[in-house]
Design a protein around this ligand. Structure first.
Ligand SMILES: *[C@@H]1O[C@H](CO)[C@@H](O)[C@H](O)[C@H]1NC(C)=O
Ligand SMILES: *[C@@H]1O[C@H](CO)[C@@H](O)[C@H](O)[C@H]1NC(C)=O
Ligand SMILES: *[C@@H]1O[C@H](CO)[C@@H](O)[C@H](O)[C@H]1NC(C)=O
Ligand SMILES: *[C@@H]1O[C@H](CO)[C@@H](O)[C@H](O)[C@H]1NC(C)=O
Length: 433
């Protein structure tokens, strides 16, 4: 075949053109050999686990949702029970008006306390007549009208945590009601559960939601008590891995470390949920919130804003609206990043990393201590070959670092802060040039 082509070339091209053509061909062959991109999916050390997704997706819920982690807002962290339909509408307005909706924050999720204290005489859940006088259907219509989605809350027990009626043994009726209202998302809590195992209490609601025929995101919230990563992939679209977050550095770091353990179980369709964001609620510093948001994005956690979006500071908005960090969270490869190295006295110097689409890596350098430190990401810890060269993009400064990094990358990180980068590896084999 090659001979035939050559004859063909001789026939049509002058010797000079042919000469150039062969040169071009040769150089492209050499180039493609020399610019060989290292297969970063092959870990360089034996028991290296950064790319391990072997435990993910054995039994998928498969309702078509959660191809990337859910994004939006939830009422609990800031408002707790002080909610009403005006607040929910104003929040939806604000998400659109300030531009968070177009960045992906589309679920508007009402947490506990939307319901009246008891069911109707027909046994139906009833929206609290004082705080939700127009009902949930009207609210869903309003929110859909803004291009957003409505989430609601119930409990796999006899009461919710704030002692409203729970959905245990009412799964079908409640799921039908939610679907008839146009609900798009259900957070399903774990209070007053009669001591029945979550593996028994959560699947009936999955079936009930499925039977409605409406696609409803199913968010399990059994607080990580029965290691849901081990079984919840076939039940829900996300599962809480820990107890509730609170607006403190101690809580946020504890939860990040606990959620890390389950990285290999997360993937498109089902995500580990280390709980909603506290960014903007005042209990942590700017640096701590930046770390919180960076690590949640890297861990493929749901990005559910938990502050009052109608009244955010410029700093809070800057953190939550970082499109480059959001893109890490929403990357279609869908592999949860994890803690890959811990160094220094007090285990201060932490490197968290994970693979992204396009053979890229996200790398976060996180200072867990009160003093400024220099943190080094070594290629070995990232599963990169030591001589491979990477270009580095700083996701918080929004700039490329000049020059390429080889074998390691070091940077100074302030107390409790987190720097975040995308590494794009490439390697030129010098012997071929
Ligand atoms: C609705 O809730 C918000 C937030 O708690 C509160 O500021 C507002 O006063 C409430 N409005 C009504 C009408 O209850
Ligand atoms: C119901 O479950 C089936 C089987 O997993 C799935 O194919 C379908 O998409 C689900 N439907 C809804 C509405 O969730
Ligand atoms: C917040 O969480 C931390 C860590 O789990 C815990 O020690 C602390 O008591 C919690 N604070 C509140 C106010 O619940
Ligand atoms: C807005 O937030 C600030 C703190 O950032 C607070 O002092 C103020 O009371 C808030 N305003 C409203 C209307 O909630």
């Amino acid at each position: 075949m090659a001979e035939v082509k050559l004859i063909f070339f001789f026939f049509f091209f002058s010797p000079i053109t042919l000469h150039l053509t062969i040169l071009t061909l040769l150089s492209s062959i050499i180039l493609s050999a020399s610019l060989r991109v290292l297969p970063i999916s092959t870990p360089s050390t034996k028991n290296y686990n950064i790319f391990d997704t072997s435990l993910y997706g054995k039994l998928q819920l498969n309702n078509g949702l959660a191809q990337t982690p859910q994004m939006g807002w939830n009422s609990w962290n800031f408002f707790a029970c002080n909610i009403n339909e005006t607040l929910i509408k104003e929040t939806a307005d604000a998400l659109v008006d300030i531009g968070l909706a177009k960045l992906g924050y589309t679920y508007v999720n009402i947490d506990d306390c939307w319901s009246a204290l008891s069911r109707s005489s027909k046994g139906e859940l009833v929206p609290d007549p004082k705080n939700f006088p127009s009902g949930i259907k009207a609210l869903a219509d309003y929110i859909h009208g803004k291009g957003l989605k409505l989430g609601i809350y119930s409990d796999a027990g006899v009461f919710t945590c704030e002692v409203r009626p729970g959905s245990l043994y009412h799964e079908n009726a409640d799921a039908s009601l939610f679907a008839s209202w146009g609900v798009d998302y259900l957070k399903y809590d774990n209070c007053f559960n009669l001591g029945i195992e979550p593996q028994e209490r959560y699947p009936p609601m999955r079936e009930a939601l499925n039977d409605t025929g409406r696609r409803i995101f199913y968010s399990l919230c059994e607080w990580g008590v029965n290691d849901p990563a081990l079984w919840a992939g076939k039940v829900g679209n996300s599962w809480r891995t820990t107890e509730d977050i609170n607006d403190s550095w101690a809580s946020m770091t504890t939860i990040a470390d606990l959620n890390d353990k389950w990285a290999a179980y997360a993937g498109p369709g089902g995500w580990n949920d280390p709980d909603m964001l506290e960014v903007g609620n005042g209990g942590m510093t700017y640096q701590e919130y930046r770390a919180h948001f960076s690590i949640w994005a890297l861990m493929k956690a749901p990005l559910l804003v938990g502050c009052d979006v109608r009244n955010m500071t410029a700093e809070t908005f800057e953190l939550l609206s970082n499109e480059e960090v959001i893109a890490v969270n929403q990357d279609h490869l869908g592999v949860q990043g994890r803690k890959v190295s811990v160094e220094g006295p007090g285990k201060c110097n932490q490197v968290w990393a994970g693979p992204l689409s396009g053979k890229r890596l996200v790398v976060a350098l996180w200072n867990r201590c009160p003093e400024t430190v220099i943190i080094t990401a070594k290629w070995e810890a990232l599963g990169l070959e030591s001589r491979s060269s990477v270009s580095v993009r700083d996701l918080w400064k929004h700039e490329d670092i000049p020059g390429n990094a080889v074998s390691k990358f070091s940077v100074e990180v302030e107390s409790h802060d987190c720097k975040m980068y995308i590494f794009t590896p490439f390697t030129v084999t010098h012997s071929l040039i």
